[in-house]
Design a protein around this ligand. Structure first.
Ligand SMILES: [Ca+2]
Ligand SMILES: [Ca+2]
Ligand SMILES: [Ca+2]
Length: 263
């Protein structure tokens, strides 16, 4: 809602004029008239952005560590539209760690080499593993990764698809929660949930969902202006089969707009 705060000064103009007019009925008319020159002075509002992990759309992504990354996107390059930066970092709670227990390359905050979700585009991966002993009880939600996404300025209409929300008995059951006010759409009936603590996004069937499939896809949209949101990711497995407990979910391209008063 901070966007509306940013836009508020423009509304002050008709308010002052309405006071001068002394006629309440004239306010709507003047408000329309005042809005027109502002729009003409800001032909580039709203400005549309895409964060594409393969570098399309003017995106440059840097993995800054096992728990962080930064993406900057500038849709017109040296043109007048200002870049937007997305900073991401994560914190771990309980018996959960970044990466995997397979002695392979840590994929947390790493862009996939393959397509994700059957979308023909790579995704940003979040890879983690429970790390308590296999003889112990699975920690479930008491072990989790919380990723904070922070934009350099308020964005509106942020939308992205999460992929590979799946489950494999004795190994992993992906559970995904998001903060804030958002809407969601499940790509298929394989996934369910509302993306909340009470009802995380999850898969209803047992079986590894391939990168070429949309059976683990959920599209999330934040309609209002936000600068930050959090994604919490945990493993709901109830027993261990003895294999590694690596788990991954990804996010595909992120699209959003920015409304500026100075462009
Ligand atoms: Ca630019
Ligand atoms: Ca999978
Ligand atoms: Ca997965």
């Amino acid at each position: 809602m901070s966007l509306q705060t940013v836009d508020a000064p423009a509304k002050a103009r008709p308010s002052r004029r309405s006071i001068a007019s002394g006629m309440a009925w004239a306010v709507p008319v003047i408000a329309v008239g005042a809005a027109a020159p502002r729009a003409a002075a800001s032909p580039c509002n709203p400005q549309a952005y895409t964060i594409a992990w393969d570098g399309a759309g003017g995106t440059a992504y840097t993995r800054t560590g096992n728990q962080s990354g930064t993406a900057t996107t500038d849709p017109d390059g040296a043109g007048p539209v200002a870049p937007v930066t997305l900073s991401m970092s994560s914190a771990f709670t309980g018996a959960m760690q970044s990466g995997n227990e397979s002695n392979t390359q840590n994929q947390n905050f790493r862009v996939s080499t393959a397509q994700v979700g059957g979308l023909n585009t790579p995704g940003l991966q979040f890879e983690q593993t429970v790390n308590n002993r296999l003889s112990q009880t699975p920690p479930q939600r008491s072990a989790r990764q919380t990723i904070t996404f922070t934009f350099s300025e308020p964005v509106v209409g942020l939308t992205f698809t999460m992929t590979d929300i799946d489950a494999l008995t004795g190994d992993f059951v992906d559970m995904v929660e998001l903060s804030g006010t958002f809407t969601y759409a499940h790509a298929t009936t394989r996934t369910t949930g509302a993306g909340t603590v009470a009802s995380p996004f999850r898969n209803t069937q047992n079986g590894d969902v391939a990168n070429t499939s949309n059976n683990g896809n959920v599209t999330i949209t934040y309609p209002g202006a936000i600068t930050s949101f959090q994604l919490t990711y945990w493993n709901a497995v109830t027993s261990y089969s003895g294999v590694d407990r690596n788990q991954i979910v990804t996010i595909a391209d992120m699209a959003f707009s920015v409304i500026r008063t100075n462009c």
